[in-house]
Design a protein around this ligand. Structure first.
Ligand code: SF4
Ligand code: SF4
Length: 287
């Protein structure tokens, strides 16, 4: 089983559009969306959910009104300003447990926190595992690990040979969680100053975790000089540029129709994305 993770050093590079195309192009695969803070791969794949599960993580404080004497100590001492009018804000509470510790009448208990949901769905392209973290909830790295674990389980149980993962943007904990142990990271970048900077950072993360990486320059023709600089930089550090996708208005039209670009029709970007997937297949093939 081979696992390809599509990443970008920042959001908005076209990562999900490319992952959606891979979903349509790859054979015998499981799909996973590890961008649990803002999952949107499902918008292109139109899934039907067959299993919905709660994601419990961390704790939040709960005040028993019948026991509380209204002394105000917890409100005064909560350094996250999470208690007002003897009510705990689910958004602000960090679950540190300090208020429960100092309440003179033990009116505060720490309770498990339901932080989001994860889903197993059917799509016309194969099974999809995805998740949605609740507003202002943390532990997205843990939820990403859970999504990957479920995708791997489905692949192992049903004999799928490839897992295609739409990873989170950036280089934080969820990215590390989506990357570790993968067979290949496709790093999607754009020909801008910040594009190269963000690419350098995510390449470092891949190197640290010893995950082979390859690069795709999206919309390379909006600034061919910068695109060349990215290619030169990749050549200098021994990273292959597996794809250069031109700007194509069909990409936005496909998104508006809720389908992967490669299903929307032929065009300059479509042909390049198909070539990119062929290159990725070669990179993950056993020989
Ligand atoms: S510290 Fe305890 S008793 Fe005092 S206001 Fe908070 S919950 Fe109520
Ligand atoms: S658990 Fe910590 S953050 Fe939450 S209300 Fe109590 S003191 Fe504030």
């Amino acid at each position: 089983m081979k696992e390809v993770v599509v990443l970008s050093g920042k959001g908005g590079t076209g990562k999900t559009s490319i992952a959606g195309c891979f979903a349509a192009l790859a054979h015998n695969k499981v799909l996973s969306d590890c961008d649990v803070d803002a999952a949107d791969l499902h918008l292109l794949l139109q899934p039907t959910d067959r299993q919905t599960e709660e994601f419990w993580s961390g704790q939040i404080a709960h005040i028993d009104e019948t026991t509380c004497t209204g002394c105000g100590l917890c409100q005064e001492l909560c350094r996250f300003d999470a208690i007002h009018n003897f009510q705990v804000s689910r958004v602000s509470c960090e679950g540190c447990g300090f208020c429960a510790h100092i309440c003179p009448v033990n009116a505060i208990t720490m309770q498990d926190n339901m932080a989001g949901h994860w889903y197993i769905s059917d799509t016309k392209y194969g099974p999809l595992v995805r998740a949605r973290l609740g507003i202002a909830q943390e532990n997205s790295g843990k939820l990403v690990a859970l999504v990957r674990q479920q995708a791997r389980k489905i692949a192992a149980d049903k004999g799928y040979s490839t897992i295609i993962t739409d990873g989170p943007p950036g280089i934080g904990c969820p990215v590390i969680s989506s990357l570790s142990g993968a067979d290949l990271a496709l790093l999607v970048t754009e020909p801008t100053v910040s594009g190269l900077h963000d690419l350098e950072r995510v390449i470092e993360v891949c190197r640290h975790f010893r995950v082979p990486a390859t690069v795709c320059i999206n919309k390379y023709d909006i600034n061919e000089e910068k695109a060349s600089k990215i290619e030169e930089h990749c050549a200098d550090i021994g990273i292959k540029v597996s794809g250069k996708i031109p700007f194509d208005t069909a990409v936005n039209r496909a998104v508006a129709h809720g389908i992967p670009l490669v299903e929307y029709g032929e065009g300059p970007a479509t042909g390049e994305v198909k070539r990119l997937w062929k290159n990725i297949e070669e990179l993950i093939s056993p020989d």
